[in-house]
Write a protein that binds this ligand. Structure first.
Ligand SMILES: NC(=O)c1ccc[n+]([C@@H]2O[C@H](COP(=O)([O-])OP(=O)(O)OC[C@H]3O[C@@H](n4cnc5c(N)ncnc54)[C@H](O)[C@@H]3O)[C@@H](O)[C@H]2O)c1
Length: 394
């Protein structure tokens, strides 16, 4: 362990029964090099302070994120937050992110980045203009097996990509869950809070990001069919996109929240000219390669050997990334921890004056966040016009 100062992280959102703050705060503490020191946990100032007092370890509570950003920015480095994590509903990403960037505070923000493309582009301009680290929490890129899949596809080991099936299938919104007091469902089905697409914005963006991360390809055009199966729902709960990719390949990028029996069934299958790669996040330690006329190759995290007849040399940073021996399972929390670990390195570089931007190889950067929103916007436009082929803005 290095003797470097432990970085201070501030939370925006996360009080009163919130969900995703908890995997994040565990991941922040994972390495002993980052810790949560302050938070604005709730929109109601009284509740925000109460929740901060009840937090499982001591933190500075703030009545609002405005108060937190202003007060923290006044403190000297070492006492102030080194970065802020935004874990509020989608409509409360843009404003706090913008205010942090204006104060020179790095931001790790939940996905989808914003509710409009305009807002996303403004954040990207500011973050890149001021060279401030900005990460978007596309969790599944943090699995070691996602890193490995990226290496395999991008180095051409399964040949030229012809077809990709990227999916994220859930079933928890198969009925009006939003009427049952489930706060996570309430805001997700509200266009003012979630954005222009429900299911697509919430989890279709994860499927898109997995495709982009693993293959390095971009969606050029798409034809989309979004549907709300559950009555009186304003936003899609089922999202199907047929896409043309930057190398001329095609892809299905699909998501659903009404598929009873599916939990967090995110996965990707890539068919190349020489072989197929398959990965599912519900079994994140394992990656399968199919080559013609050969038995399946099943690779387990941290149990791969370079130059084994299929793999060539393996990059040093990839071989260093696992945290525990194979067979002791890494999963969701480890993926989050890997993202925070990589973001921490950029925050330290930023403070040392050496940060030059992030290329998206270790976590989704602000441009990836913008691509997610551009994808959603194009999918909604296409679906509204009956599935018409729609170009993605550059
Ligand atoms: N990366 C992932 O795997 C993943 C998984 C789930 C959710 N998410 C994303 O994380 C975000 C939060 O989702 P969730 O399911 O945890 O939601 P949630 O409803 O469980 O929690 C939202 C939190 O934000 C707080 N909040 C709302 N407005 C606020 C304000 N103005 N100031 C301070 N706090 C405020 C709420 O009080 C609550 O604590 C969403 O953008 C969602 O898309 C990402």
């Amino acid at each position: 362990m290095s003797s470097q100062r432990v970085l201070n992280v501030g939370l925006i959102g996360g009080g009163k029964g919130a969900f995703i703050v908890h995997p994040h705060q565990k991941a922040i503490h994972f390495d002993g090099t980052r810790r949560v020191t302050c938070a604005a946990l709730h929109p109601d100032p009284k509740v925000a302070m109460e929740e901060a007092r009840n937090w499982p370890y001591p933190i500075r509570g703030y009545k609002s994120y405005d108060e937190m950003i202003a007060a923290e920015a006044e403190k000297p480095i070492g006492e102030r937050v080194d970065y802020v994590l935004i874990v509020t509903p989608n409509d409360v990403h843009y404003d706090p992110a913008l205010k942090c960037l204006r104060m020179g505070i790095p931001v790790f923000c939940e996905k989808p980045l914003t509710t409009t493309l305009d807002d996303a582009e403004k954040l990207a301009l500011l973050a890149k203009g001021k060279k401030i680290p900005f990460g978007v929490a596309h969790t599944y890129l943090g699995h070691w097996s996602s890193r490995f899949a990226r290496h395999i596809v991008r180095t051409g080991l399964i040949g030229e990509v012809r077809w990709v099936d990227a999916y994220y299938i859930q079933g928890w919104l198969f009925e009006r869950t939003e009427d049952k007091g489930v706060m996570q469902a309430e805001w997700r089905v509200d266009p003012k809070r979630a954005g222009a697409s429900g299911c697509g914005g919430d989890i279709g963006t994860h499927a898109l990001m997995q495709l982009r991360y693993v293959t390095g390809l971009e969606v050029k055009r798409l034809s989309a069919h979004l549907r709300a199966f559950v009555s009186n729902r304003k936003l899609d709960d089922h999202f199907t996109v047929y896409a043309e990719l930057s190398n001329g390949a095609n892809a299905l990028i699909r998501a659903s929240q009404i598929s009873i029996g599916h939990l967090n069934d995110l996965g990707i299958e890539v068919n190349g000219t020489k072989g197929t790669l398959r990965w599912r996040q519900e079994e994140p330690e394992k990656l399968v390669i199919n080559l013609p006329g050969q038995p399946d190759r099943v690779y387990w995290r941290n149990a791969v050997t370079p130059n084994d007849g299929f793999l060539g040399d393996l990059p040093e940073d990839l071989m260093k990334e696992p945290t525990i021996p194979s067979g002791h399972g890494e999963a969701f929390h480890d993926a989050f921890a890997r993202l925070h670990r990589c973001f921490e390195a950029d925050v330290r570089a930023f403070q040392a004056g050496t940060y030059q931007g992030h290329d998206g190889s270790k976590y989704a950067n602000v441009d990836d966040g913008v691509m997610g929103i551009a994808f959603i916007q194009a999918a909604v436009e296409s679906s509204d016009s009956g599935g018409e082929w729609t170009d993605l803005d550059e």
